[in-house]
Design a protein. Structure first.
Length: 442
């Protein structure tokens, strides 16, 4: 493993890398617009697609190397594919996969700084090679003195110190009009929400409490497993949890797992997230496939509780109303709910029933009464891409609202997860009981 010591904590290097990336992307799009003056419509569209691909590849390479907030924001934006050109979204989605690991020397130094002991002295055994790596930290297997198998999540050095600088540069990058449909001023609330969630995710003391909370909330649900934590081996930047082994999402596509297993786990994922959104008002808000594992006995393991989203009751009701009105064909009510949610500019007229009807038709497709829907055949995202020109024409009617960013992230992420495992079910049977409830449990 190559040594990357200091690459996260060198603020000047990060600044120049991100600002240089922004300059290159901006120059690329400026050149593209000039070229389009001299090209026909067909040739201009092809040239524009090539520019999107080239710039997306630049951004993915840079953010993957930088990790931290830079990579995390890229992951968050990639889930909002409806805001991005198709070619751009497809490449940016690669940031959802695991990040390259950091050198063991950095991890060893972080544990030494937190506990005053090396990993070898703190644990009876500590594996130097990580079993998982992501944007903010990586996970190593270990054993306690009593033989208990644990997973130790260690935060990369320098992540928190670089947060604000990374966000400032990324905001400039993503506000380029050629990439994303919102204005720079519209991104303020979105980035404030992302910053707040990232600060929480970097606080492993808080994640320890989140784990305890979710274990309590799901204590009666035998379908879900959540790791125990070991407080003497935890700190703000190190989290030690029970090691719960399971198969990754990808394993569901191969024997001994069957279609019935995939259908079971698809329904289970859908159900526990509807439960969180509509009843608990507390959402495990990172749908990355690496945050789940599956067992042959039908149980699901949940990992990574750094990113939780508390959902105000009025926001949960608004999502319930949006789903209900779309399913019932009460299209005229959708604009009213979006105004209440703060997702629609109150000073502008409604984009119209035809606009809302087009998107409601896409949403309704998996939820036909008495009909099984195969997410393996789902092309809802392609239909949304087809509607994108209409959406961009109406974009100024809408604005990103901080309360919805991570909810939409979960919905979009699990749409991808259900498609990947090709889950089939009568999804209305799972969703409808939550939509018919008028009260939420504490």
């Amino acid at each position: 493993m190559a040594k990357d010591r200091g690459f996260l904590s060198n603020r000047s290097a990060r600044f120049f890398k991100l600002s240089g990336l922004t300059a290159r992307v901006s120059t690329s799009y400026t050149g593209q617009r000039l070229k389009e003056f001299f090209q026909g419509a067909g040739k201009a569209a092809g040239s524009r697609a090539e520019t999107h691909i080239r710039n997306a590849e630049r951004i993915v390479k840079a953010l993957g190397e930088l990790k931290g907030a830079a990579m995390k924001v890229g992951q968050a934006v990639s889930i909002h594919a409806d805001l991005l050109p198709k070619e751009f979204a497809e490449i940016l989605s690669s940031l959802q996969r695991s990040a390259p690991p950091m050198a063991y020397e950095e991890i060893e130094a972080q544990i030494q700084a937190e506990f005053g002991k090396s990993p070898g002295n703190l644990f009876a055994r500590f594996e130097s090679d990580p079993c998982a790596s992501a944007s903010v930290g990586q996970v190593h297997r270990a054993r306690l003195a009593n033989g208990t198998r644990v997973a130790v999540k260690v935060q990369y050095p320098g992540v928190e110190e670089n947060l604000d600088g990374d966000l400032k540069n990324l905001k400039s990058l993503l506000s380029l009009g050629s990439i994303i449909g919102y204005r720079k001023t519209d991104l303020e609330g979105m980035f404030t929400e992302i910053r707040d969630r990232l600060l929480e995710e970097m606080d492993y003391d808080l994640e320890m409490e989140n784990l305890k909370t979710f274990r309590r909330l799901f204590r009666k649900d035998d379908r879900v497993l959540i790791p125990r934590v070991f407080p003497p081996y935890c700190s703000k930047r190190v989290l030690t949890m029970e090691f719960l082994a399971g198969d990754p999402l990808e394993a569901l596509l191969q024997p001994p797992y069957t279609q019935a297993d995939r259908d079971h786990f698809g329904r289970l994922l859908f159900d526990i997230y509807a439960y969180q959104l509509f009843r608990l008002g507390l959402l495990h808000a990172d749908p990355h496939p690496g945050n789940y594992a599956f067992r042959r006995d039908g149980r699901l393991i949940l990992y990574d509780f750094g990113c939780l989203k508390r959902i105000p009751s009025e926001v949960g009701r608004a999502y319930r109303d949006l789903a209900w009105f779309a399913l019932e064909g009460q299209i005229e009510r959708l604009d009213e709910v979006l105004l209440q949610l703060g997702a629609r500019e109150p000073g502008k007229e409604s984009p119209g029933l035809d606009f809302y009807r087009s998107f409601a038709d896409v949403f309704r497709k998996p939820f036909q009464a008495g009909k099984e829907y195969d997410f393996g055949e789902a092309r809802l995202h392609e239909r949304l891409f087809e509607l994108a020109p209409q959406g961009f024409a109406k974009m100024l009617h809408f604005k990103p609202t901080p309360e919805t960013i991570f909810i939409n992230r979960v919905i979009g992420g699990h749409y991808g997860n259900l498609r990947h495992i090709r889950a089939r079910a009568c999804w209305l049977d799972v969703l409808e009981p939550y939509l018919l409830e008028n009260t939420r449990q504490p």
